[in-house]
Write a protein that binds this ligand. Structure first.
Ligand code: FCA
Length: 327
């Protein structure tokens, strides 16, 4: 009897030991396409918070192109990681990323930008957390329409810098959402000027927007939309560089990280009127936690989670951030 009891106790102790060793042994990669962008820094920050709380290791990796993604995944495999979360530099790398993950026996989840297959369709088998792109775009469009009205501009005299990045479906949905609402509000279709950016950063947007502005010197009032704050900031910088005063410009971005907040903190208003704040906490903390649960407890994440956004302007951003638990 006594022997059995001891054996049972030893068994229980062993199970506890295995249980507590598990969290320490879990290693999760968090790969992002643009590590210098404040949004991604925030995602990492919140993912690290999850790692700290649960006791696993989170490896931050920046991968700006396909080659870097491939070697990042191989590295994670060699390091004994069990899974990773990725915002890919190119959604078309989808099938390659899924194959590499499988070859390295790594669980795979995507954030922000959803992988597509060879036909351009979303790879639905990979769990994904993204933003409700169309709806958030519509919020941008409505904010601009309202501000055009309150400034008393004649809608037919306004030009739109549509900073676009069409190889990324979420970018298309965001910008389409914004333009559709504006058009419904009476914005003339022939005043929507496409400014395709080569990369999703401020400099690329500035270059694209400059071309548009220079081509239309007759336009006095400008509005600007784009995939994120960086895109809209690029367009706003372009208006400044040709001497268009800020009161003639309404740009509304998407993001709400430091790029936008620093703009609101400037002593004088710029053409960057507002941003739709999205949640780096949900995208960083929750995805890291989901991946941990999958590895440690076998609980597979939901296949698709779409998060919402909240408009903030220079006038109310502090309150909105507070309400969202961001400060
Ligand atoms: C994309 C954009 C980022 C951010 C994210 C939610 O990855 O490039 O700036 O908006 O979606």
């Amino acid at each position: 009897m006594r022997i059995w009891k001891h054996a049972a106790l030893a068994g229980a102790a062993l199970m506890i030991a295995i249980g507590s060793a598990a969290a320490q042994d879990v290693k999760i990669g968090f790969i992002v396409k643009q590590p210098e962008e404040p949004w991604f820094q925030d995602e990492w920050k919140f993912a690290q918070q999850a790692a700290k709380e649960k006791g696993f290791t989170l490896v931050e990796i920046g991968a700006q192109d396909g080659e870097k993604v491939q070697s990042a995944i191989d590295n994670l495999g060699a390091q004994g990681a069990q899974g990773f979360i990725i915002c890919t530099p190119d959604v078309k790398l989808g099938p390659g990323i899924a194959a590499k993950a499988a070859a390295n026996d790594l669980k795979l989840m995507t954030v922000d930008d959803r992988l597509v297959d060879n036909e351009g369709k979303p790879i639905e088998s990979v769990p994904h957390m993204g933003i409700s792109a169309t709806k958030i775009g519509e919020t941008v469009g409505q904010a601009i329409a309202d501000e055009i009205k309150s400034r008393g501009w004649d809608m037919s005299q306004v030009g739109m810098i549509k900073v676009s990045y069409d190889q990324l479906p979420t970018a298309v949905d965001r910008v389409e959402g914004a333009t559709s609402v504006l058009q419904k509000a009476g914005f003339p279709a022939d005043h929507i000027f496409n400014a395709p950016q080569a990369k999703t950063d401020t400099e690329a947007a500035l270059n694209a927007a400059t071309t548009v502005i220079n081509a239309h010197p007759d336009i006095k009032h400008w509005v600007a939309v784009g995939l994120n704050d960086e895109a809209v900031l690029g367009a706003v910088r372009a208006t400044e560089s040709v001497g268009i005063p800020p009161e003639n410009v309404i740009g509304v971005g998407i993001g709400g990280a430091d790029s936008a907040i620093n703009e609101f903190k400037k002593p004088n208003p710029t053409g960057f009127f507002g941003t739709v704040i999205i949640s780096p906490k949900r995208h960083g903390y929750e995805t890291a936690l989901d991946m941990y649960d999958w590895i440690a407890n076998g609980k597979e994440p939901d296949k698709l989670t779409l998060t919402s956004g909240q408009l903030a302007t220079r006038a109310d951003y502090q309150k909105v951030r507070q309400d969202l638990g961001l400060q």
